[in-house]
Every structure is written in C-alpha cells, then in structure tokens.
Design a protein around this ligand. Structure first.
Ligand code: FAD
Length: 286
C-alpha cells in the first residue's frame, strides 16, 4: 500500500524502523529481529540505507522480506554519495521487488565531500519522479532545524521545496521534547506544508546511546530526561524500563494532541518495539 493512502487513516498508529547489516554474516540475525518486529503488525516498517554503498544492497532485500510478511515497507534511499547509475539501479531493484514507498534523503556529507551529481534531497525527489512517477515519495524533516541550517526559517523553506517537488509525507528527526515538535508543526503549516507528518520517537534504553544521539542529531534533551539517565546510568534494567516509559509518555501526549502517526526508531530491537506497542494497546485498538 502507498503510504500517501495509509497516512490518510486518521487514528493512532505506530510504525517501526530497522537498519540493514554491515556484513552478510549479520544478515540472518538481523532478519530475525525484522521478523520479530513485523509480527507486531505495525502500520509500516522502514529500512534505512547506508550511504555510499556498504549496506545499501541489503535495503531492498529486507524491504522485500517485510512485504512478504504482509507489512508495508518503506525503503530509504540517499543520494549525496551516489551517481545517477547507482540511483537508477536501486530504483529498478525496488520496482522489481514491488516496493512502492521511498524515503528520499540526501545523506550525511562525508568528511572528504566534493559536490557530485546530487546536492540536496529535492534533486533525488526529481530523479525518482522522472524514473517512475508511480513511486510514493517521503522525506525527512527536523523539528529543531537541520544542523547545517543557520536559521530554521531557511530549513523550512527548503522543506517546502521538497514538498512542492512531490514529497507526499515527512518523517521527523527524533525529538525528546514534544513542545519543540508542536512549535515546528505550527511553523510548517503556516509555511503551507500540508502533507502528513510522522513523528519520530527514539526510545533510549541504555546510557551509551545518549552521546551518540546528540552527536548524530543534535537533539535537545530536556532536564527531566537527563535526570532519568543520570539517576539510572549504572542500572541497565532500570534505564531500559525508564527509557521505554519516557518514549511511551511522549507518544501518548502526541496521540492526545491529534498527532496520530508515530514512527518508533526501534533499532532492530523487537523487545523495545513490543514493549512500546504493549503499553499503548488500548489506544492503538481504537
Ligand atoms: P536535505 O533535505 O537535502 O537537507 C539537508 C540540508 O540542506 C538542510 O540544512 C537543508 O535546509 C539544506 N538544503 C536543502 N535544499 C537546499 C537548497 N536548495 N539550497 C541550500 N540548502 C538546501 N541517513 C542515511 O544515510 N540513511 C538513512 O536511511 C537515513 N534515514 C533518515 C531518516 C530520517 C527520518 C531522518 C530525519 C534522517 C535520516 N538520515 C539518513 C539522515 C539524513 O541523511 C541527514 O540528516 C542528512 O544530513 C540530511 O538529509 P535530508 O534528506 O534531510 O537533506
């Protein structure tokens, strides 16, 4: 099913993210995790894409297996380290596998970056459209602004460009403070961005994740969240429980404020996905 259709359904729903292995030896263990998450019957499952080759070959394979398990797959695709031939071959593989949904991304700039054929996600959106207008295309957005944008206003302007070029839905970068997200929603709607927004929530289940998250996303950590990490830092079972409780609370607040589509950065952890879903079972049934 195309996500442009699925996201028209206006009731609380969860989707989950998985990432492909770096080596073939890890493929089967990761597929076990993918199967565990697919069993939860989420609205859809996204599969990330390793920029610049590496893991990229497995994105289509995993998306195909998700589809075979009767869950809608969303395949990520990045462009900044690619050329047109690579993008076309990836799109052909997705088409042949019957994958309808693509999250079109620029990818992070490599350290030795020299501008190539694609500089922004909007150019990938054009490329996908020209290749086959039947793909349903989504994009990324940043409630706290993309780290490279000096002003959020500019970032929102570029976001509008992605939507004008055919991006049919947007998934947010992870955030830990819902108020930042609500503020962002107000600003993008005011800027005329009216496509469905899927809120990205990351359950933090161990203290080591925190510095990685800050490095990767620059996300603001509210004091209440930092207190949890500080207090339970040396107690893995408690931080796991508290991280799931914090993410659940964020999601309940989102649903209560009419944000019905939440994407959980479940990081190949079926236990985490199941715990969140179980915490919300009455809400999700409605
Ligand atoms: P863009 O939309 O191109 O924006 C990047 C920056 O360029 C922004 O600052 C924007 O304001 C600016 N910009 C855009 N257009 C213009 C323009 N015309 N002129 C000047 N500036 C412009 N990375 C992976 O490698 N694999 C993944 O699978 C992956 N999945 C992700 C999923 C989500 C939901 C999110 C939020 C991020 C994901 N990323 C992934 C990370 C992403 O690749 C990086 O955040 C990257 O730095 C930006 O990608 P983008 O598609 O948002 O880029």
């Amino acid at each position: 099913m195309k996500l442009s259709e699925q996201l028209k359904i206006d009731r609380p729903m969860l989707s989950f993210e998985v990432f492909p292995p770096k080596t073939e030896a890890r493929f089967e263990p990761i597929m076990e995790a993918v199967k565990g998450i697919a069993k939860l019957n989420p609205a859809y499952m996204s599969v990330t894409y390793g920029a610049g080759g590496g893991t990229s070959q497995y994105t289509v394979d995993i998306a195909k297996k998700i589809k075979a398990m009767n869950v809608t797959p969303l395949a990520h695709l990045t462009c900044v380290s690619s050329d047109q031939a690579t993008i076309h071959s990836q799109l052909s593989a997705l088409k042949a596998a019957g994958i309808e949904n693509i999250l079109a991304l620029r990818g992070d700039l490599p350290k030795d970056y020299v501008p190539g054929e694609y500089r922004h996600a909007s150019e990938l959106i054009d490329e996908i459209h020209h290749f086959d207008a039947d793909f349903c295309i989504g994009g990324a957005c940043y409630p706290e602004g993309h780290p490279e944008s000096a002003r959020q206003k500019d970032d929102i302007g570029h976001l509008k460009e992605k939507v004008d070029r055919g991006c049919e839905f947007l998934t947010t970068q992870m955030f830990f403070d819902n108020d930042l997200f609500y503020n962002f929603m107000y600003k993008i709607r005011e800027a005329g961005i009216n496509v469905p927004i899927v809120a990205g929530i990351m359950p933090v289940t161990n203290a080591a994740q925190i510095s990685r998250i800050v490095d990767l996303s620059g996300a603001f950590m509210p004091q209440s969240f930092l207190n949890i990490v500080d207090h339970f830092r040396d107690d893995p079972a408690s931080i796991y429980e508290a991280g799931i409780a914090y993410a659940t609370e964020q999601i309940v607040d989102l649903f209560a404020n009419g944000i019905n589509h939440v994407h959980v950065y479940s990081m190949n952890k079926p236990d985490v996905a199941a715990a969140i879903q179980n915490n919300l079972k009455s809400i999700l049934k409605k």
